[in-house]
Design a binder for this molecule. Structure first.
Ligand code: M6R
Length: 608
């Protein structure tokens, strides 16, 4: 989603800001801009479309100066045009502002500002804030920002500069991630550490309600009552190479191929094979607390919601604890039943998804113990949960989530194993699951080694207009995930369905034009899936099946078969998802789609 970069120091700001914006491209955006203090006033350059277009505009007349702010915008209020691109200037041009988030009461504020003579030049909610700051300005930028923020409702991560208070950037956060970077004689503001990692590893994450004043000679952080805040400095431990393609054509392909390693990293130091047990240091729950869990709610969005569905089945099967999965966006607005022994698991790759964060806060408010399964270290969910399990999958840059999904399923399996063994699960069964987890990296690699087979399949199906993905049990969520991957990056309409439920409607769609992907490992529901395959074949559907062994009853029924290794039922979605990710990837590439930055999508959805 939208990205923010700010810089103050001895270097020329514009190239540095543009470089930072490029590092944020993966988040999804549709226009971009910079504003730099040029010694006399604020100079802005903005462009609709990609950063390359902004660079052309800048090249015509580069703004000169050593302090500035920049932004990539993902349109919410108003189309992705140059006039709606950030930074936005206040009515008199003295304030420049970049903003992530949504000002919910902007319409009323705009009307009253217009009544007081303010003229607006964009359709955005952001411009309201620039004008409120101008109106409140009495010589000190942070005081004006604080005064303006008191009037707005909604969410924001902002960076503001002023030609009347020229030596500082003021940044503030409520509900939209923001950090400051501490360099050597220079300071940065960013919505994501990747924007500034070339320059510094030392960062301070702002919390909601905090305002940072960043100047050449240092920084200060205050709350909205101007009280100084003492904040810890965090060191970023990952490297720039993690956010580079490393020879792969796309980040998505790199991330698919990283999965033997990322899955190992999720398990590293956590699996005790001989005891069939797992060690999870960050749960912050005593044995007694774990044993007294009465029910589990898992909440998430998108791909993370799919892994949640797999987690639900694991926990119910092995721990025998009633578990429910909720879309975070629904959970937060319906009056959920949460008791003192409710455990709420919150799953998010980014740790910043607005709905997931709000759902977690709601669960906490109602007294649940919250556990975050999060990939991004230091993200808001990771900082606000009671305990959690980091995925350790490394930065995921491709908008379509791949390695985070497999790591989420593995983290859920580790958690289930621990909880189940504390309860009634036998050592033998625990060992079997632990061994199956340990075997996953090699098994994933063996699938990746056969990627060319999937590429050939993609060639066969690249012109399809619809796809159906069917699975049962643990592989119903895998079907949903396969369909989501395809539609996100290739723009082919795809639906995931429980294989038997297909008879209650989608079967009407099946004819010789309809590719149907079955996820059919030899698991507890295999025989049932065989019947569903026959039902589709009888209607001439073109069947692609992900299977684990030869099955006589399927002879002549399947058009394309791809075998994956066998594992315990609960881990089959990890292996099944690899060919599905590859299929979506290769089809999208063959359709000349922008795989890493699909249209309209954002990597991290930080608005409701
Ligand atoms: O960062 P999160 O895991 O909270 O993100 C949730 C969804 O926005 C995300 O999984 C989305 O569905 C991806 N585009 C899936 O590929």
């Amino acid at each position: 989603m939208c990205g923010i970069v700010g810089y103050v120091g001895p270097q020329r700001a514009t190239p540095l800001l543009v470089d930072g914006l490029k590092r944020l491209e993966y988040r999804g955006y549709d226009s971009a801009g910079v504003a730099v203090m040029n010694g006399k006033g604020v100079e802005t350059r903005r462009a609709a479309g990609k950063i390359a277009r902004l660079e052309q505009v800048i090249a015509e007349e580069p703004p000169l100066g050593t302090l500035g702010i920049a932004h990539t915008r993902w349109a919410t209020h108003g189309p992705p045009t140059e006039r709606n691109a950030h930074p936005h200037l206040s009515h008199d041009g003295t304030i420049a502002l970049v903003h992530n988030g949504i000002i919910e009461n902007y319409s009323a504020l705009k009307q009253s500002l217009q009544a007081r003579g303010y003229v607006f030049h964009s359709d955005t909610d952001t411009e309201v804030l620039a004008n409120l700051i101008q109106e409140a300005f009495a010589g000190n930028l942070e005081a004006a920002v604080i005064e303006a923020l008191r009037q707005v409702e909604g969410t924001y991560g902002i960076a503001v500069i002023s030609s009347l208070d020229t030596e500082k950037i003021v940044a503030a956060r409520k509900g939209s991630p923001l950090l400051i970077g501490l360099g050597d004689g220079e300071y940065f503001v960013a919505s994501d550490a990747s924007a500034i990692l070339r320059h510094t590893r030392q960062v301070i994450y702002l919390d909601d309600g905090e305002v940072a004043v960043v100047a050449r000679d240092g920084y200060r952080i205050v709350d909205l009552d101007a009280h100084a805040q003492d904040k810890p400095v965090t060191r970023i431990e990952w490297d720039l190479e993690h956010i580079e393609k490393g020879g792969y054509a796309h980040f998505m392909l790199k991330e698919i191929f990283e999965q033997p390693t990322t899955v190992s990293n999720t398990m590293r130091g956590r699996l005790i094979l001989e005891e069939g047990f797992s060690k999870l240091g960050g749960l912050n729950m005593t044995r007694e607390q774990l044993l007294s869990v009465d029910n589990v709610i898992i909440t998430a969005c998108g791909t993370s919601w799919h892994s949640a569905l797999i987690g639900e089945m694991m926990i119910e099967e092995l721990c025998r604890i009633p578990t429910e999965v909720e879309y975070a966006s629904e959970f937060r607005y319906r009056n959920p039943i949460i008791g003192p022994n409710t455990l709420c698991i919150v799953i998010s790759q980014s740790g910043e998804t607005a709905d997931t964060l709000a759902a977690m806060r709601e669960a906490k408010r109602r007294g649940a113990h919250t556990l975050g399964l999060v990939n991004v270290v230091g993200s808001t969910i990771a900082r606000e949960d009671h305990g959690g399990i980091y995925l350790h999958a490394g930065p995921e840059i491709g908008v379509a989530s791949t390695k985070a999904f497999t790591s989420q399923v593995v983290a859920l399996a580790l958690f289930t194993l621990k909880l189940a063994r504390l309860r009634d699960l036998s050592v033998e069964r625990g060992r079997q699951i632990a061994q199956a987890l340990a075997d996953l990296p090699k098994q994933i690699q063996s699938i990746l080694d056969r990627a060319p087979e999937i590429e050939a399949l993609a060639e066969e199906f690249k012109r399809a207009s619809n796809f159906l993905y069917l699975g049962r049990g643990y592989n119903f969520p895998a079907a949903l995930e396969g369909a989501l991957k395809l539609k996100e990056i290739s723009y082919i309409h795809a639906e995931g369905y429980p294989a038997a439920e297909m008879k209650h409607g989608p079967i009407a769609l099946i004819d010789e034009m309809m590719p149907v992907v079955f996820i059919a490992p030899h698991d507890a529901v295999f025989e049932k899936v065989v019947s569903n395959i026959q039902e589709v074949k009888a209607r001439k559907g073109r069947i692609i099946a992900i299977t684990t062994r030869e099955e006589p009853s399927l002879k002549g029924q399947i058009d394309y078969e791809f075998r994956i290794p066998e594992t315990v039922d609960l881990l089959t979605p990890v292996l099944a998802s690899i060919p599905l990710q590859l299929l979506a990837y290769y089809i999208a590439v063959k359709r000349a789609c922008n795989v890493d930055q699909p249209r309209n999508l954002a990597k991290s959805v930080t608005v409701e």
